[in-house]
Design a protein around this ligand. Structure first.
Ligand code: GLU
Length: 453
């Protein structure tokens, strides 16, 4: 276990006590505090004015009921959240997640991570996150619309282009953002495009936003590989998940000469030794909203294609050079990490938020595997959301090339900042410490400048 400074240990104990039963939040805070020992050793002034305690406490937490009527005419109830974590650098910014596993601890961990991630982008955005335990799986389009409208009926009073700007996350994509924006517009009687990001192009969305998280992670890993004089070219890659992040990771990795051989969803994983047929995955996931097992049914058995049901194995059993977990938190365990190391993995880039368990991170770092933590590597999505806000504010719409160009520069800067910060603090190549320290210092300095608020 990394050493935790005595004062930081006390701060963590207090966070755990005040937020009982929220293990993911504890995990996220512990990881950041573990990196801060080196900072406070040089800069004990960061202990002043309860700066670290304040960073661990959300500025505001909203919990509300969402009633809606299903297609059978029955009233359903869900619980929803918006955690406005930190606004030192700009309006709260972060996605909305619809998934049955959502609870206040999950949203808090995501909001905490988001605060540092957003700081790393260099854009003027604070950190927040929201969501609901609503399960979009199997719901009709009309049910999704009614739920989104009811959700926004409460949320609208808490958000705004200068206050809090939500976007998508797991279970929330362009369709849901459209229904939420429509309801917000109706309730506020304002065409306030910058209140939500991830919008479709024809009503104020940004080009390259859909692709941004996956492309951004790929750019980050490409830079990381570059520090060791190598690249994606000719590498075997495994990308877990098959949502928006995973799909556009596969697209970019392939364009850089890598070969993605496996993807997954909650039903299991598919392997295609010939390289994943991304056109088919897009059709299954973006159009038909089908299970990934359909891939095997369409491609046929044999010829290097197979499917493993969830519970019968782990996608991380598939040997690869680069692993890009892009599904959900804690999906890659210590055991998985050991298997990947045994099979010769050289780099890991987290497309999802906190997909590797603390054990897994330790295994990678001890084995000398290059490891890019989500809060740095997957920041391209939210960075492009900030570019969407810029376009909305100037009533402009940029070309794909211009937007992707900005994204590529931002990702390179994040990579270089993490790398240089790790060097400066005596842990060369440790991107976890680099990201946590660089993100923390930026937020903490801004908070100090704003006084005790
Ligand atoms: N949900 C994404 C994330 O985890 C994007 C948030 C946003 O665009 O605001 O960073």
């Amino acid at each position: 276990m990394p050493h935790l400074d005595e004062k930081l240990e006390l701060i963590l104990a207090e966070v755990i006590r005040r937020n009982a039963g929220e293990p993911e939040f504890h995990q996220a805070v512990r990881e950041v505090l573990e990196s801060l020992g080196r900072v406070v050793a040089k800069r004990p002034d960061f202990f002043d004015d309860a700066l670290i305690e304040r960073i661990c406490e959300p500025e505001r937490q909203i919990i509300f009921r969402v009633p809606w009527i299903d297609d059978a005419g029955k009233v359903q109830i869900n619980r929803a959240f918006r955690v406005q974590f930190n606004s030192a650098l700009g309006p709260y910014k972060g996605g909305i997640r619809f998934h049955p596993s959502v609870n206040v601890g999950i949203i808090k961990f995501l909001g905490f991570e988001q605060t540092f991630k957003n700081a790393l982008t260099g854009m003027p955005i604070g950190g927040g996150k929201g969501g609901s335990d609503f399960d979009p799986k199997g719901k009709s389009d009309r049910e999704i619309m009614r739920f989104c409208q009811s959700f926004m009926l409460e949320l609208h009073r808490h958000i705004g282009e200068y206050t809090d700007v939500p976007a998508g996350d797991i279970g929330v994509g362009g369709r849901e953002i459209g229904y939420m924006f429509g309801q917000y517009k109706r309730l506020s009687n304002r065409y306030e495009a910058g209140v939500l990001t991830g919008k479709a192009l024809f009503y104020g969305g940004s080009r390259a936003r859909t692709e941004a998280t996956g492309y951004g992670n790929t750019y980050f890993v490409q830079s990381m590989l570059g520090t060791k004089g190598t690249s994606f070219d000719g590498k075997k890659v495994v990308v877990s998940g098959s949502g928006n992040v995973a799909i556009y990771t596969v697209e970019k990795v392939t364009s850089f000469g890598g070969k993605v051989i496996a993807m997954s969803d909650s039903s299991g994983y598919i392997v295609d030794e010939n390289g994943i047929d991304l056109k088919l995955v897009k059709e299954l996931k973006e159009v038909r909203r089908a299970r990934i097992s359909e891939y095997l049914r369409i491609k046929g058995d044999g010829k290097g294609v197979y499917f493993v049901k969830a519970g019968d194995g782990s996608i991380w059993d598939v040997a690869c050079d680069v692993a890009m977990p892009s599904a959900t938190q804690n999906e890659l365990t210590g055991r998985d990490a050991k298997t990947l190391v045994k099979n010769g993995v050289i780099a890991v880039g987290e497309g999802a938020n906190m997909p590797s368990t603390p054990d897994a991170v330790r295994v990678f770092q001890e084995a000398g595997v290059m490891f890019a933590p989500g809060k740095a590597a997957n920041a391209g999505g939210v960075a492009t959301s900030a570019l969407e806000m810029q376009q909305n504010a100037s009533r402009d719409s940029w070309s794909f090339e211009q937007t992707e160009g900005r994204l590529a520069t931002i990702m390179k800067n994040i990579h270089d900042t993490c790398y240089a910060t790790a060097d400066e603090y005596g842990v060369p190549g440790d991107y976890v410490s680099g990201a946590n320290i660089a993100g923390f210092v930026k937020v903490a300095e801004a908070m100090r400048a704003l006084g005790v608020i």
